[in-house]
Design a protein around this ligand. Structure first.
Ligand SMILES: [Zn+2]
Length: 259
């Protein structure tokens, strides 16, 4: 019987939390059946650790470049240039992570929105999919995405945790939903929401080192926990673990053009 394969569509395995034992973590991830981990950049400082991680594990790692909304500068023009310059110099498979975060709100909402628009325009022009972070900013983020969608934008609303109506709006825009550890949390409303979302629109992710699924909630997360998310999805969609793994892997390969 063939073992299931998984793709972690959004994680940060280059973070300091993994510094001391990353070789062991990658071994564990590989033996869990993970085919690819897509690592998302978050700021200026994370790019070198990200590229080092990719260089060390080229068989399993693919990278996205973007700036997390928590790290947006008032003068975001130089951050746009940072993304554009690095896109020329390196083979990134997507733009991320980008988005709006009003929960932390380290930056003005309006500046976050303007920056997001510019990042989406880069994605459009370079024909790259996006990985979008939305926290406490759903309506504004959707308004920006709707404004920028000209048929050339595609990608994932990462770590989706909205309601059924918000899910529908994301799908209408042509986006897929990234589902991670939150779906396994006891009080999560996501299992109910997902009943209105076809499995063909779902990809899986960890957002590691954060958001570990039950029974590891609160612990350091890594991509070897993906099967726990797949177990939960198999329960929600009333199908086999293998079917969820196959469909979500196919979806991820299709969105991020992975071989
Ligand atoms: Zn993230």
């Amino acid at each position: 019987m063939s073992k299931s394969r998984y793709i972690d569509t959004h994680c940060h395995l280059f973070e300091r939390e993994f510094e001391s034992d990353i070789d062991d973590v990658v071994k564990k991830i590989e033996s869990a059946g993970v085919e690819y981990v897509l690592v998302a950049n978050t700021g200026y400082d994370s790019l070198i650790p990200l590229l080092n991680f990719e260089k060390k594990y080229p068989h399993i790692c693919r990278s996205l470049i973007g700036i997390h909304p928590d790290n947006v500068d008032k003068d975001y023009k130089s951050q746009i240039k940072f993304i554009e310059d690095n896109l020329v110099n390196h083979n990134f498979i997507g733009i991320g992570e980008i988005g709006l975060d009003y929960y932390e709100a380290t930056q003005d909402h309006e500046i976050q929105q303007k920056f997001l628009i510019e990042e989406l325009l880069i994605a459009r022009e370079s024909h790259l999919p996006v990985s979008v972070h939305i926290r406490d900013a759903f309506d504004d983020a959707l308004a920006v995405l709707e404004k920028c969608q000209n048929g050339n934008l595609s990608g994932v609303i990462h770590c989706f945790s909205g309601n059924a109506e918000q899910a529908r709006r994301c799908l209408d825009l042509g986006f897929s939903l990234g589902v991670g550890g939150i779906v396994t949390f006891k009080k999560s409303t996501l299992p109910e929401v997902l009943k209105s979302v076809p499995l063909e629109k779902i990809v899986i992710e960890t957002d590691s080192p954060c958001l570990a699924p039950v029974p590891f909630r609160g612990k350091r997360n890594d991509s070897s926990f993906l099967p726990l998310i797949v177990d939960k999805l198999a329960e929600i969609y009333e199908c086999s673990h293998e079917e969820v793994a196959d469909v979500t892997t196919w979806n991820a390969k299709n969105i991020f053009k992975l071989k």
